[in-house]
Design a protein around this ligand. Structure first.
Ligand code: GDP
Length: 601
C-alpha cells in the first residue's frame, strides 16, 4: 500500500538505534549524556552531531573518533546512535511503541559507590518487562580513593595507570554491582569478559566526569545494536512515518504542538497524521515540522527552524491544528496511501492495548503519559489494588467526584503519578476527604498507598474491637457476697476473657445461656474500672439477681455474647484478641453449638 516513489530507491536502509539512559537519581545520567554530546561536538567536525527535539544523534564517524582504537567504522553499517535527551525510566516507559519500549537499547547508570538503589531496581524491572537489551555503566570510577584520572581513555588504558590499591577498591564495588545484577536475575560480568551480550549483561566502568571508559561504552552500544538489533534497524525509511508522542507542548505562534520521536518511515510537511487523543484518535494535517536551530537564541520564534521532512529515527516537533487533546505516550502515524479510517483503527487498537482493566470498585489513577499509566496499572495489579478509573492528565475536580463514589473507604483515593493538582481539585479534596497520594516513583506511590490501607484497616479493627462485646468467663468467690440484691454485689475472679461493664450477664443451664442480669459496676481494689481481665479479682455489681436465688457463690457466670459479635470475633478478629479471650470464646461457642451447631456461623 505504499505509494511513495522514493521507497524503492532506498531499499534495506538501516535506521539509527534509539538509546535511552536510565538509573537512580544523582547517579550521573544527565552528566553522561551532556558529556557524550559535548565531546561529540568537540571531536567531530562542526555539525557532526545533530540536536533533535528531545534527542541527539551521534553519527558513526563521531563515535569512532571518540572511541579511538576501539571502533573501526568499517565494522559497522548502522548510521550512529540516537540518544533520548531526557534520561530516566519515566521517559523510557513513556516512549513506547506497539506494546514494547521505543528505545532499542538502554544504558543503566549506577554509581559504583552507591550501588543498587530503588530507582535502579525499578529501571531493571522495566527493562526486564520490556525485554530491552542494556548495558550497565558503572559510573563515577574517578571517585575511587587514590584514583589517577586518565581523561577520555579507554578503561584498560586507565586501569594500567592505577595503583593496585585503587584497582582493588574499584573491583570490590564492581563485584558487588555484578552480584546485585545477578540477584535481580541477570547474569553479568565485566563487559570485556562477555561473549554473548544477549544472555549476559556487560558492565562498563566509566566516569562521566573524566570520560574514562566512555570509548568502551560507545563501542559496546554500537556492537550491541549491530550484532543483535540490525534486523530491527532495517526499515522502509521512506514509508509512512510512525512515532510516539513524547510531550504535548504549547508553543507561541503554533498552539499545541507534539514533540515526537519518529522510529519508522518519514513524515513531511502537509502529511495527514493520526494521533492518539483523550477520546478518539485525532486526524490532522502537519502544518510545520520543527527542529532546534543550531546555536539558537532563546527567543521563542527563533528557537526552531522548519524542515520539509524528517526520517526515522529522529526527534521532531510537529505543529498541526487540533492537537490539544493529544496524549503523551500516544502513537502518531502518517497516512499515506492507506485509507484514513484504517490508520485510525490501527491507532485505536494500539491505544486499546494500553487501556487499563477497571473494576466496579477501586482507586482513581492519574498519570502524565500513557506509558506511565500502563506502568502504574501493572504495579497496582501486582499489589492487587483494583482500579475504578485510570486516565492521563492532571488531577481535576471530576476525579475527586469519581473517587468519592468508591464504596470502600480505602478506595476513596486518587493516586497521581507525575501530575499536578488543579486548584479546584485541591478544594474538592479538602471538602470531600478523598485522599490523594502523589509521587514520581511508582513503587513508592504503591507503597505509600499500601501503608495507608494497612493503617486504615488497623484503625477499623480497633473501632470494631472497641464496640464489640468480649467473651468472658468468671466465677463468684466463696464468702464474697457484699450485697444481696439491688444490685447484687459480689467478689469474682475472671477465669478467661475480659469482663466489660454494662454488659448482660448469663449463666448456662445446659447449652442455653440464661440471662441473670446486667453489670452496672466493676471495682478493682476500691477503684471504679470499666473492665477486668483474666486472673484479676474484682467486685462487680449486677442489676437483677439476688444472691442465693438466681445466682450463688461458686457459680460460673458469662458475659452474654450477641451472636453477631461472636461471629465477628471468631471469623475476623481471632488474630487480634488474646489467647485467654479465644479460650472464653471457644468455650462459649462450644456450649451454644451443642444444641445449635450453626450458632454464630
Ligand atoms: P542524574 O540525576 O542521574 O542525572 O545525575 P547527574 O548527572 O545530575 O549527576 C549527579 C551528580 O553527580 C552531579 O553533581 C555530577 O556532577 C556528579 N557526577 C556525575 N557523574 C560523575 C562522575 O563520573 N564522577 C564524579 N566525580 N561525579 C559525577
Amino acid at each position: 500500500t505504499n505509494t511513495d516513489p522514493e521507497s524503492a530507491a532506498d531499499p534495506g536502509a538501516l535506521r539509527t538505534p534509539i538509546v535511552a539512559v536510565l538509573g537512580h537519581v544523582d547517579h550521573g545520567k544527565t552528566t553522561l549524556l551532556d558529556r557524550i554530546r559535548g565531546s561529540a561536538v568537540q571531536e567531530g567536525e562542526a555539525g557532526a552531531i545533530t540536536q533533535h527535539i528531545g534527542a541527539t544523534a551521534v553519527p558513526l564517524e563521531t563515535i569512532s573518533e571518540m572511541a579511538g582504537a576501539l571502533v573501526d567504522p568499517t565494522d559497522f553499517d548502522l548510521p550512529g546512535l540516537l540518544f533520548i535527551d531526557t534520561p530516566g525510566h519515566h521517559s523510557f516507559s513513556t516512549l513506547r511503541s506497539r506494546g514494547g519500549a521505543l528505545a532499542d537499547i538502554a544504558v543503566l547508570v549506577v554509581d559504583v559507590n552507591d550501588g543498587f538503589q530503588p530507582q535502579t531496581e525499578e529501571a531493571i524491572s522495566i527493562l526486564k518487562r520490556t525485554g530491552t537489551p542494556f548495558v550497565v555503566a558503572a559510573n563515577k570510577i574517578d571517585t575511587t580513593p587514590g584514583w589517577n584520572p586518565q581523561e577520555g581513555e579507554p578503561i584498560q588504558k586507565s586501569l594500567e595507570k592505577q595503583s593496585e590499591r585503587a584497582t582493588s577498591r574499584l573491583n570490590e564495588n564492581l563485584y558487588e554491582l555484578i552480584g546485585d545484577l545477578s540477584s535481580a536475575g541477570f547474569s553479568a560480568d565485566f563487559y570485556w569478559r562477555v561473549q554473548d551480550f544477549q544472555s549476559n549483561i556487560g558492565v562498563v566502568p566509566v566516569s562521566a566526569m573524566t570520560m574514562e571508559g566512555i570509548p568502551d561504552l560507545l563501542t559496546v552500544l554500537m556492537g550491541l545494536s549491530q550484532r543483535y538489533m540490525k534486523e530491527e534497524m532495517s526499515i522502509d525509511v521512506s514509508g509512512p512515518g510512525v512515532g510516539t508522542v513524547l510531550e504535548v507542548k504549547d508553543e507561541r505562534g503554533f498552539g499545541a504542538t507534539l514533540d515526537v520521536v519518529l522510529y519508522d518511515g518519514v513524515v513531511r510537511e502537509g502529511d495527514t497524521i493520526v494521533v492518539g487523543g483523550r477520546d478518539d484518535p485525532i486526524v490532522t494535517e502537519v502544518r510545520a515540522l520543527l527542529q532546534p536551530r543550531p546555536n539558537a537564541e532563546i527567543r521563542t520564534e527563533k528557537r526552531f527552524e522548519r524542515v520539509d521532512e524528517v526520517r526515522a529515527a529522529a526527534g521532531v516537533k510537529i505543529a498541526a491544528p487540533d492537537l490539544d487533546e493529544a496524549m503523551s505516550g500516544a502513537p502518531v502515524r502518517v497516512v499515506r496511501g492507506d485509507d484514513v479510517d484504517a490508520v485510525k483503527e490501527e491507532v485505536r487498537k494500539e491505544l486499546a492495548k494500553i487501556e487499563v482493566d477497571t473494576a466496579e470498585d477501586g482507586v482513581v489513577v492519574k498519570a502524565d503519559t500513557l506509558g506511565s499509566l500502563e506502568a502504574m496499572a501493572n504495579a497496582l495489579e501486582e499489589a492487587e489494588v483494583p482500579i475504578l478509573r485510570a486516565e492521563v492528565g492532571d488531577i481535576a475536580p471530576r476525579d475527586v467526584t469519581v473517587a468519592q463514589t468508591a464504596n470502600e473507604e480505602k478506595h476513596q483515593v486518587i493516586l497521581g503519578f507525575n501530575v499536578d493538582v488543579l486548584p479546584d481539585a485541591e478544594d474538592a479534596l479538602d471538602r470531600t476527604g478523598v485522599k490523594l497520594f502523589d509521587d514520581d516513583v511508582i513503587y513508592q506511590l504503591v507503597e505509600e498507598y499500601d501503608e495507608y490501607v494497612e493503617e486504615l484497616e488497623r484503625a477499623q479493627q480497633e473501632t470494631v474491637l472497641d464496640k464489640i462485646t468480649k467473651p468472658a468467663r468468671f466465677r463468684i468467690l466463696q464468702d464474697h457476697t457484699f450485697r444481696q440484691n439491688d444490685p447484687a454485689v459480689v467478689g469474682v475472679e475472671v477465669v478467661s476473657g475480659t469482663v466489660q461493664n454494662n454488659r448482660p450477664v448469663a449463666k448456662f443451664e445446659g447449652s442455653e445461656p440464661k440471662r441473670v442480669g446486667s453489670l452496672s459496676g466493676i471495682q478493682h481494689q476500691g477503684d471504679d474500672v470499666d473492665k477486668a481481665q483474666a486472673g484479676e479479682r474484682v467486685s462487680v455489681a449486677i442489676d437483677g439477681p439476688t444472691v442465693g436465688r438466681q445466682i450463688e457463690e461458686g457459680d460460673e457466670l458469662w458475659i452474654e455474647l450477641p451472636e453477631k459479635h461472636a461471629k465477628i470475633l471468631e471469623q475476623e478478629l481471632a488474630s487480634e484478641i488474646r489467647a485467654d479471650e479465644i479460650e472464653a470464646l471457644k468455650a462459649y461457642l462450644e456450649k451454644r453449638r451443642k444444641t445449635d451447631p450453626f450458632w454464630g456461623k
